[in-house]
Design a protein around this ligand. Structure first.
Ligand code: WT7
Length: 655
C-alpha cells in the first residue's frame, strides 16, 4: 500500500437487530465487553476456568519477552481429557459427539463414550509405535472420524500433530514432513471426492522417498476406500484396523504444561517456504472454547453444530475439533463436496441432522448463489438459528443472500475474522448482542484488542482505512514459526512496533466498526488512490447478474494500476448479452464512484482458487498483464487458468 490510507468507498446501510429470543437467552451479553475492558487478563483467567486443569494456573500472561508469549504458564492440563473424558465423567457419555456423513452416503454416529474408547486405543497404538511426548506426527487423511480421533490421540500423549490437507501433493506433504521432522504419518488408502475414490497413500509413499523424511518410522493407514492395488512397505506400513483395533480402550491421560506444543499447521503464504505456525495447549484451548461458546451461542444440550471446513485447515482444528468437543457439542462431520451427488447435498444434511448452527466460507455461499435460490428452497432448513462465515471478506450481497435463503431472514449471520496465526476468532459480532451489518466483522471480541492504523502506526479516525493490527497478546496466538523465531519476528512484529501486523487492509466505519478489505498485497493503486479489491468485488456482486467476482490491479501507464475484473454470472445470466460489461461498469461507478469503475470486465466460468477457497489474485494479475503464469501448484484446478486465458482477447471493454 502506498503512503495514503485506503479509500473508503462502500456504503452499506442495512442493519439487522439480534432476534429478541436469542438475545434474552444469549450465552454472552454486552456486559462481557465491559468486564474485559476493565480487566483484560482477569477476563481471560476467568475463561480459563471453562477448562479442567490438573494444576490450576496462578499466572495469566507472561509477556516479559515479547512477542514470545506464555499464557497460564504454571497450569497443567490434558487437551483430550478436556475434549472427551470429562464429558463422559459428567454423565454425558451417551451424547453424540459426531454425526459422520461420508460422501457415498455411509454414516456413523459416535457418542462421547465411544470417542473416549477410540481415542484411547489410538493413543495406545501411537505409544506402541514409539511415539513420545514432543514427537511430531503428520496426519494426511480425508474428512473421516479417524482424523479427529488421530488429532485427539496425539494431543492425549503430548505429540504435536501436523495436519496436511488431503488435497495437497506429495511435494507439499514431503516439505511439511521434513520441516516438522515427523516420526509417524497417519493416512488412508484414499477418500471419496465427487463420488469417486481418490487415493492418498501413493502420495505418502512418494513423499517418503524425498530426502529429509528418513525419520518417519511408521505409516499408519486407515482403510477407507478399499482400493486393492495398494503398495505396502513391510516394517513401515501398518493398517489402522490391525494396530489400533487390537489396543486396549483404556488409557489414562497425563497432564502437560500449558505451553506444551499442541500442533503445527503450515500456512502456504504467497511466497517462500510454508510457515509452520505453532500453537500450544492452555491458552489455545481457553480461547477456542470461549469463542465457540460466545460467537455461536452454543447450547450443547440442544444444538447441532456444523462447520463445513476441512480438518486440514485451522478452521477445522479450532471449530471442528477443539472448540465443539471441549464444549461437549454434538456436531456434523461431512466428508465430501457441497455438490455431490447434487447441488442440494449440504441442505439435505442440515435437514437430516437438524443442524442449528452452520459455519462456512463465502466461497461456498457464492457457489450456492450461483446454483440458484430454488435449490436450498427444496429443503427444510428451519432448524437453523445461527449462521457463520469465515475465510475471506464476505460481500454484503452474499451475506444478505445467506441470511435470506439459508436463514429464512431470521438467523443472525456472524462474520468472523481470524487467521491460522490467531488460532481462534478475533473479530466478530455476538449473535445476541450486536446489530449486524452485512459485510463487516465489526467488533473485536471481549478480551481482544484490534484496531486500524496508517503507515505511521497511528490509529485512523472513524471513516478511514489502513492496516489491521492487534495491539495486545491473546491466549490462542501463535507462539512462533516452527524452527524460525526470526521469521516470526520479521513477518508479524516488525512492520509496526509492539503491534501484530495481520497483513489485511481494513477500515473503520463511522461507528468505529471494522470492515476487512482483503490482503494488503491485493490493494490497488489507481490514480493516487488506494482501492480495495474487496470493495469493487462487492459492488460487482451486488449486481443481480453477478454471483462472484475477482478484481486485480494491472499495471497501467496512465493510472499506475487499472482495475481489471473477472466475473462469474448467476445461473440465468448470458455472458454474451449486448451491453453487459458497460452495465456492470456503470453499476460499480454508481455504487462506489467513478474512480472504482473497472477498466476491463471479463465474464468467466470459473475463478482460480486455493484449496481453502481463496481467490488467487496473483494469477489473475499475471493474466491481466499478459505475463506467463506463476506457480500454479496450489490451485484446485489448473485448467481454470487455461480457460480464462483462452477467453481473454474477446472480452475486454477498454476500447
Ligand atoms: C486470512 C487468514 C480464519 C480461518 C480460515 C482462514 C482472511 C479470514 C475473514 C473474514 C475478511 C477474512 C484474511 C486473513 N479472512 N476470515 N471474516 N473477513 N477476511 O485462515 O488461511 O490463515 O487466512 O483470511 O485475509 O488474514 P488463513
Amino acid at each position: 500500500m502506498s503512503n495514503e490510507s485506503l479509500a473508503n468507498l462502500l456504503k452499506e446501510e442495512r442493519r439487522f437487530a439480534p432476534p429478541a429470543g436469542l438475545a434474552a437467552e444469549a450465552n454472552v451479553t454486552a456486559e462481557a465487553y465491559e468486564r474485559a475492558k476493565a480487566d483484560r487478563l482477569g477476563f481471560w483467567a476467568e475463561q480459563a476456568r471453562r477448562l479442567s486443569w490438573e494444576t490450576e494456573p496462578t499466572e495469566t500472561l507472561d509477556w516479559s519477552n515479547p512477542p514470545f508469549a506464555k499464557w497460564f504458564a504454571d497450569g497443567r492440563l490434558n487437551v483430550a481429557y478436556n475434549c472427551v473424558d470429562r464429558h463422559v465423567e459428567n454423565g454425558l457419555g451417551d451424547r453424540v459427539a459426531i454425526h459422520f456423513e461420508g460422501e457415498p452416503g455411509d454414516t456413523r454416529s459416535i457418542t462421547y463414550a465411544e470417542l473416549q474408547r477410540e481415542v484411547s486405543k489410538a493413543a495406545n497404538a501411537l505409544i506402541e509405535l514409539g511415539v513420545q511426548a514432543g514427537d511430531r506426527v503428520a496426519i494426511y487423511l480425508p474428512m473421516i472420524p479417524e482424523a479427529v480421533v488421530s488429532m485427539l490421540a496425539c494431543a492425549r500423549i503430548g505429540a504435536p500433530h501436523s495436519l496436511v490437507f488431503g488435497g495437497f501433493s506429495a511435494d507439499a506433504l514431503a516439505t511439511r514432513i521434513k520441516d516438522a521432522d515427523a516420526r509417524v504419518v497417519i493416512t488412508a488408502d484414499g477418500g471419496y471426492r465427487r463420488g469417486k475414490p481418490s487415493a492418498l497413500k501413493p502420495a505418502v509413499d512418494e513423499a517418503l522417498t524425498r530426502p529429509g523424511t528418513e525419520n518417519v518410522r511408521s505409516v499408519l493407514v486407515v482403510r477407507r476406500t478399499g482400493q486393492e492395488d495398494i503398495a505396502w512397505s513391510e516394517g513401515r506400513d501398518v493398517w489402522w484396523h490391525d494396530l489400533v483395533e487390537a489396543q486396549s480402550d483404556q488409557h489414562t491421560p497425563q497432564a502437560f504444561d500449558a505451553e506444551h506444543p499442541l500442533f503445527i499447521l503450515y500456512t502456504s503464504g504467497t511466497t517462500g517456504k510454508p510457515k509452520g505456525i505453532l500453537h500450544t495447549t492452555g491458552g489455545y484451548l481457553t480461547q477456542i472454547s470461549y469463542t465457540h461458546h460466545a460467537v455461536f451461542d452454543l447450547k450443547p444440550e440442544t444444538d447441532v453444530f456444523w462447520c463445513t471446513a476441512d480438518v486440514g485447515w485451522v478452521t477445522g482444528h479450532s471449530y471442528i475439533v477443539y472448540g465443539p468437543l471441549s464444549n461437549g457439542a454434538t456436531e456434523v462431520l461431512y466428508e465430501g463436496t457441497p455438490d455431490s451427488p447434487h447441488q442440494g447435498r449440504w441442505w439435505e444434511i442440515v435437514q437430516k441432522y437438524g443442524v442449528t448452527i452452520l459455519y462456512t466460507a463465502p466461497t461456498a455461499i457464492r457457489a450456492a448463489m450461483k446454483w440458484g435460490d430454488d435449490i436450498p428452497a427444496k429443503f427444510d432448513l428451519s432448524s437453523l438459528r445461527i449462521l457463520g462465515s469465515v475465510g475471506e471478506p464476505i460481500n454484503p450481497e452474499a451475506w444478505v443472500w445467506y441470511r435470506k435463503h439459508i436463514g429464512a431472514d431470521r438467523t443472525p449471520v456472524v462474520d468472523t475474522w481470524w487467521q491460522t496465526e490467531t488460532g481462534g476468532i478475533m473479530i466478530s459480532p455476538l449473535p445476541g448482542v450486536t446489530e449486524t451489518k452485512p459485510g463487516s466483522a465489526q467488533v473485536p471480541l471481549p478480551g481482544i484488542a484490534a484496531t486500524v492504523v496508517d503507515d505511521d502506526a497511528r490509529e485512523v479516525a472513524n471513516g478511514s482505512g489502513g492496516y489491521l493490527v492487534l495491539t495486545e497478546p491473546w491466549p490462542s496466538m501463535l507462539r512462533t514459526i516452527w524452527g524460525d523465531d526470526q521469521r516470526y519476528l520479521d513477518t508479524y512484529w516488525s512492520r509496526f512496533e509492539h503491534k501484530y501486523f495481520a497483513g489485511d487492509g481494513a477500515k473503520k466505519d463511522d461507528d468505529g466498526d471494522i470492515w476487512l478489505l482483503g490482503r494488503v498485497d491485493d490493494v490497488m493503486l489507481v490514480s493516487g488512490h488506494n482501492i480495495s479489491t474487496t470493495e469493487v468485488e462487492s459492488a460487482l456482486v451486488s449486481h443481480p447478474k453477478v454471483a462472484e467476482a475477482a478484481v486485480v490491479g494491472a499495471t497501467d501507464p496512465q493510472t499506475t494500476q487499472a482495475i481489471c475484473a473477472f466475473v462469474i454470472l448467476r445461473g440465468d445470466a448470458d455472458a454474451h448479452e449486448e451491453g453487459l460489461v458497460e452495465e456492470l461498469r456503470a453499476h460499480v461507478g454508481k455504487q462506489l464512484g467513478p474512480i472504482a469503475k473497472p477498466k476491463r470486465i471479463l465474464p468467466v466460468a470459473e475463478l482460480p482458487k486455493t484449496r481453502s477457497g481463496k481467490i488467487m489474485r496473483r494469477l489473475l494479475r499475471d493474466v491481466a498483464e499478459n505475463r506467463t503464469l506463476g506457480d500454479v501448484t496450489t490451485l484446485t484446478d489448473s485448467s481454470v487458468m487455461t480457460l480464462i486465458q483462452s477467453q481473454l482477447p474477446t472480452a475486454s471493454s477498454e476500447d
